[in-house]
Design a protein around this ligand. Structure first.
Ligand code: PGA
Length: 241
C-alpha cells in the first residue's frame, strides 16, 4: 500500500482527482469504480473543474458504483443514483447509459446482484476503484461480519452506519435498513484502488485497515491483499499512521 497523509480535505481531493484524471488521459475508455458519501465529493468537484477547463473528456468513460439503498428510486434525493448525477454525472460529458448504479427498486436481490457481477466481468474489471471508509471499517456497504462476501449482495446495515447516514435524512426512521453492495471480489479485482478518508472520526478505522489483521470484522483490512492500493488521508484521519 502506498500511503499519503496530506494536509487537508482539499489536498486529498486534488491528489485523488489527479490520479483519476491521469487514468482517463492514458485510457479514454477507462472504467471507474465510484463511491458516494461526503468523502469523494471534493474529488468529483476537482474532476468537474478539469472537465470545464477542457483537460478531461469523459465521453468514452464508463462507471460502476459501489452500492445503493434498497427501496429508494433513482429520483429520491437520498439515493446514490441521484447523488452521482448531482455530484458528478450532470456536470461532465459522460454518457449516462455508461454509468451504472445498482437498482434499489429491484425486489429480486439475487437477480440484481448477479447481473451487476456479470456487468463488472463484461467490463473486464474496473480500472480505478474509489473507496471511502466507514467508522466501522466498511467499504461500500460491506459491513463488519464473520466472513468476507465475494459477490454483490444485499446487506442489513449496522446501527452505526444507519446512525452515521441519518445526517442525510430528516429522521433515523427514514434511513433504509438494507442496501445492495458490490462484494469484495468486484472491489479487489479492480486494477487500482484509491482509499480516501478525512476527519478524526476515521482515524481508528484507517489504522486498523492498514496495520491491523486482515479480518472481516474490519472489511477494509482486505485491501492489504491488493497489490496496488493508494491510501490518501488528511492529517486528522492519518493521525495514528
Ligand atoms: P462518508 O462515508 O464519506 O460519508 O464519510 C464513507 C463510507 O461510509 O464509506
Amino acid at each position: 500500500m502506498k500511503v499519503s497523509v496530506v494536509k487537508n480535505y482539499d489536498e486529498m481531493s486534488k491528489l485523488a482527482a489527479d490520479i483519476i484524471a491521469s487514468q482517463i488521459v492514458i485510457k479514454p475508455n477507462a472504467v471507474l469504480g465510484l463511491a458516494t458519501g461526503s468523502t469523494p465529493v471534493g474529488t468529483y468537484q476537482k474532476l468537474i473543474e478539469k472537465y470545464e477547463k477542457g483537460e478531461l473528456d469523459f465521453s468514452k468513460v464508463s462507471s460502476v458504483n459501489l452500492d445503493e439503498y434498497v427501496g429508494l428510486s433513482p429520483e429520491n434525493e437520498q439515493s446514490y443514483r441521484y447523488f452521482m448525477n448531482d455530484n458528478l454525472f450532470n456536470h461532465i460529458n459522460i454518457d449516462k447509459d455508461n454509468t451504472h448504479v445498482l437498482s434499489g427498486l429491484e425486489p429480486d436481490a439475487e437477480k440484481e446482484c448477479k447481473s451487476y457481477d456479470d456487468l463488472i466481468d463484461c467490463y473486464e474489471n474496473i480500472d480505478i476503484q474509489v473507496l471511502g471508509i466507514g467508522r466501522n471499517g466498511h467499504i461500500g456497504f460491506n459491513e463488519p461480519s464473520t466472513a468476507f462476501k465475494a459477490g454483490t449482495h444485499c446487506v442489513e446495515l449496522t446501527e452505526e452506519t444507519i446512525a452515521d447516514n441519518t445526517r442525510f435524512f430528516d429522521s433515523v426512521e427514514e434511513v433504509p435498513t438494507k442496501a445492495y453492495t458490490m462484494g469484495m471480489k468486484g472491489i479487489m479485482k479492480a486494477k487500482k484502488i484509491i482509499l480516501l478518508a478525512n476527519g478524526e472520526n476515521k482515524a481508528d478505522a484507517i489504522k486498523k485497515a492498514i496495520y491491523g489483521p486482515i479480518t472481516p470484522e474490519v472489511p477494509a483490512s482486505i485491501l492489504q491483499l491488493h497489490n496496488d492500493v493508494v491510501v490518501i488521508v488528511d492529517e486528522d484521519a492519518g493521525k495514528y499512521l
